[in-house]
Design a protein around this ligand. Structure first.
Ligand SMILES: Nc1ncnc2c1ncn2[C@@H]1O[C@H](COP(=O)(O)OP(=O)(O)OP(=O)(O)O)[C@@H](O)[C@H]1O
Length: 299
């Protein structure tokens, strides 16, 4: 993707599998929204090949659009409509695309309950709070029971309870309804909790691709063991913390006090990957762990 003379995506290559929750992480301006807008068919790419549900989104039709759900970063419209009225209306566009397997649209009352807006069914949209509005955005995105759902920072502005309910909804859609979900987020815990696979983008390049555990393994030796012995404080970063701690106790027994083992978190991995590729941009593709990407790099 190029804006004017500015290349903002460079060789971004990945695949989302059916029923998978894929999270795109990356600092501000990394290219997450641009990537998903290209996949949604909202933005024309400058070059490259894209296939979504078997179709190039740049040449998609209504039938394809009915199978895709989109929750944008912000969407302000229809302020005077009421919640149920708007969902009923938007849902009606999907009725023609109902199939034996996927009944479209989602019943408005069931959908409203699923996103936790039952108390606000008859409220005008411009009277909803920011978080209630975000729940409605999600309802609008899934009203057509999409096979593939794009969520751009879906939980920004949600309170902890709404966030948890939203997580349950995403897991339900993926596990029970087989919906493929591609989401962007700045919340690493959210990515870890929801995503089967995480892509980290930095400055328009994929710098990592794998499960949270695989990404953590790429940054080896980051566990931190802290303890005190004889009144002195020690900190060590062993390559494997369990044998290290075992050895520590074998040597010093109960004299080891205040023991803490801090296992490297996705946040550590993320920061480390982003910092490494900032100082050594050429390392970016080498950090890519997915098979497809390694094959792509080899080609
Ligand atoms: N319409 C546009 N014209 C020119 N440049 C753009 C346009 N939209 C985005 N960009 C640039 O493309 C790059 C990627 O932006 P994008 O919005 O995809 O990032 P992001 O990872 O989604 O960021 P954020 O986390 O802040 O939402 C940025 O450098 C941005 O300035």
């Amino acid at each position: 993707m190029r804006y004017g003379t500015n290349d903002v995506l460079h060789g971004v290559t990945f695949q989302a599998r059916r029923g998978e929750v894929l999270a795109l992480l990356g600092p501000n301006g990394a290219g997450k929204t641009t990537t998903i807008e290209i996949l949604e068919g909202f933005r024309m790419r400058s070059a490259g090949r894209v296939e979504v549900l078997g179709t190039d989104p740049a040449h998609s039709d209504e039938r394809w659009r009915a199978r895709v759900g989109v929750v944008l970063q912000s969407w302000r419209d229809h302020g005077k409509w009421r919640v149920r009225e708007l969902l009923g209306h938007l849902g009606s566009y999907y009725a023609d695309y109902s199939t034996e397997l996927i009944r479209r649209p989602w019943n408005p009352d069931e959908l409203i309950a699923a996103v936790g807006l039952t108390e606000h069914t008859d409220k005008k949209i411009n009277t909803l709070s920011g978080g209630q509005r975000r729940r409605l955005d999600v309802a609008i995105g899934i009203v057509g029971r999409p096979e593939l759902l794009f969520l751009d920072e879906p939980t920004a502005g949600l309170d902890p309870q709404a966030r948890r309910e939203f997580h349950d909804l995403v897991l339900h859609l993926a596990e029970k309804q087989g919906t493929t979900i591609v989401l962007t987020t700045h919340d690493l815990h959210e990515a870890e909790k929801l995503a089967d696979r995480i892509l980290i983008l930095n400055a328009g390049r994929i710098v990592a691709d794998g499960t949270a555990q695989e990404l953590a393994q790429q940054i080896a030796g980051k566990d931190e063991v802290r303890w005190t012995y004889g009144g002195q404080r020690f900190i060590h970063q062993p390559s494997a913390s369990t044998p290290f701690v075992f050895d520590l106790f074998q040597r010093y027994g109960a004299a080891v006090a205040n023991l803490e083992v801090r296992v490297s978190s996705l946040e550590d991995t993320y920061l480390s990957l982003v910092q490494q590729t900032e100082s050594h941009p050429s390392r970016a593709t080498g950090m890519n762990s997915s098979k497809e990407n390694q094959e792509e790099a080899a080609r």
